[in-house]
Design a protein around this ligand. Structure first.
Ligand code: GDP
Ligand code: IMO
Ligand code: MG
Length: 427
């Protein structure tokens, strides 16, 4: 069995799409296991840039089967739009399968996401407004619809009637219009026609694939610090982006993942509200990095907040997820700065701490200590071997390796697939 999981190690947008695309070219099956169209993976394939939200980044390998597994919240209308868009761009030859257990993200989830953010006002989370949180709430409160429900239209109608009784009460509490069965049921019938041939029991499918020794890539969405238990709660998403959640999110046994490659950007970014200990306060410098790295949201186009690489944060993520390897991304962007800072420790109330504070109040009070390293000015995008990198770039990588205990298996020096240094073959 050869399986590899891709896990974002910061607050998302680390470059997971590029790494997934690279490994997907060697995979038999690519599995997405959580999140929804809040994810935005930008991939440069054969010189053209594509933005994926729900579709696994295996779509560029015509031989791979792409699976949307049990805990991916799927807005079916948005997914059809994404498929049509790829077809129009000439990417037609891909296969997808959808879990019968995957939750259906409904139009009322979008209304509730917006209403909730408005009600939170200055305390808003800064969600992507794609209805992700409300859809997961319906899973936990056991009233959500799932893709398997689309396979029996009579039973679906009865379920929808029951679901709407509750949802309309919630919508009313937020001063929003309710939804009727007459409005939503025909829409679901259309969706059922489209998806019925693609809905399967993905647990049975993956169990067989593992027995047959197929190469399986588990694609990640979001980043560890957005985990809804271990991240910067409440400024997080509503699922677990940790590779340790893959067994639960796919209906697989605990040992289904052989290796976990943690995706780490050479600096840090985050979108939305919430604490960000190593955020760069100098707006001129943050702006320079943002422009060089094109740090604008793939989904919402919001400018990303910029910070230095944060060692305590990476150590924490290492300990909660057990990543085995690292892909060090966007290193070329740091060619634009005069010197690089590296956050090496946190203090709270004047005392150094060796844990990640769990409350926003504490995290916002954390004092960060930095070391400064010299940058390099050379364009590194044509480096293909580790030895080709300027000495100061290697020193930076090696310092991060020393402080985190993790080896950079991949060093990425540009958005293109070719702009990559592979130091070890792990899949
Ligand atoms: P994801 O959500 O983790 O897949 O990341 P995003 O796609 O949202 O953001 C990463 C961005 O960085 C995308 O625009 C990528 O094309 C780009 N990218 C990935 N690797 C590199 C790199 O090594 N250098 C540069 N300059 N851009 C990169
Ligand atoms: P990828 O896969 C960056 C953030 C949102 C917000 C919080 C909650 O591209 O790395 P949600 O809509 O999930 O309820 O929003 O989580 N967020 C992301 N930030 N990259 C993502 O995905 C994200 N998905 C959600 O900005 O702060
Ligand atoms: Mg992204």
């Amino acid at each position: 069995m050869s399986t590899l999981a891709i896990q974002g190690c910061q607050w998302g947008d680390e470059g997971k799409g590029k790494v997934t695309d690279y490994y997907a070219s060697k995979a038999d099956i690519v599995v997405r296991s959580q999140g929804g169209n809040n994810a935005g993976h930008s991939i440069v394939h054969k010189g053209k840039r594509y933005a994926l939200r729900l579709l696994p980044s295996g779509v560029f390998n015509p031989n791979a089967i792409n699976i949307l597994a049990d805990n991916v919240v799927i807005n079916p209308w948005d997914l059809i739009g994404e498929i049509d868009n790829l077809h129009n761009l000439g990417i037609k030859d891909f296969k997808i399968l959808v879990s019968s257990r995957a939750p259906i993200l409904m139009p009322y989830h979008l209304v509730l996401d917006r209403a909730r953010e408005q009600a939170l006002s200055k305390n808003k989370i800064g969600t992507t407004l794609r209805g992700i949180g409300p859809c997961y709430e319906d899973v936990v409160s056991r009233i959500g619809l799932r893709f398997g429900d689309l396979l029996d239209l009579d039973a679906l109608k009865v379920r929808l009637e029951g679901v709407l009784e509750i949802k309309n009460l919630e919508l009313k509490a937020f001063g929003q219009e309710g939804f009727s069965v007459e409005e939503l049921y025909p829409k679901l019938i259309e969706i059922s026609k489209y998806f019925s041939p693609l809905i399967i029991d993905t647990t049975a499918y993956l169990t067989k694939a593992i027995k047959e020794g197929k190469k399986i890539l588990f694609e990640g969405a979001q980043g560890a610090m957005l985990d809804n238990i271990h991240g910067t709660f409440p400024y997080v998403t509503s699922s677990s982006p940790l590779a340790t959640a893959i067994p639960l999110n796919t209906g697989m046994p605990l040992d289904c993942v052989n290796n976990i490659i943690g995706i780490v950007k050479a600096y840090t970014t985050r979108v939305g509200e919430g604490p960000f200990p190593s955020e760069i306060e100098n707006e001129e410098l943050a702006h320079k990095i943002r422009e060089t790295g094109h740090e604008y949201g793939t989904v919402t186009k919001r400018p990303r907040r910029i910070g230095w690489l944060d060692i305590p944060q990476l150590r924490y993520v290492h300990s909660i997820s057990g990543v085995t390897h690292v892909a060090f991304m966007l290193l070329d962007v740091l060619s634009s700065v005069d010197e690089i800072k590296l956050c090496v420790s946190y203090s709270l109330n004047g005392k150094e701490i060796d844990y990640m504070p769990s409350t926003v109040a504490q995290l916002s009070k954390v004092e960060t200590k930095y070391i400064t390293l010299p940058s390099w000015k050379e364009d590194i995008s044509s480096c293909r071997k580790y030895e080709d990198l300027p000495l100061n770039a290697r020193r930076y990588i090696e310092k991060v390796e020393e402080l985190t205990g993790l080896k950079a298996t991949i060093v990425s020096v540009g958005p293109d697939k070719e702009e990559t240094i592979i130091r070890e073959d792990i899949f």
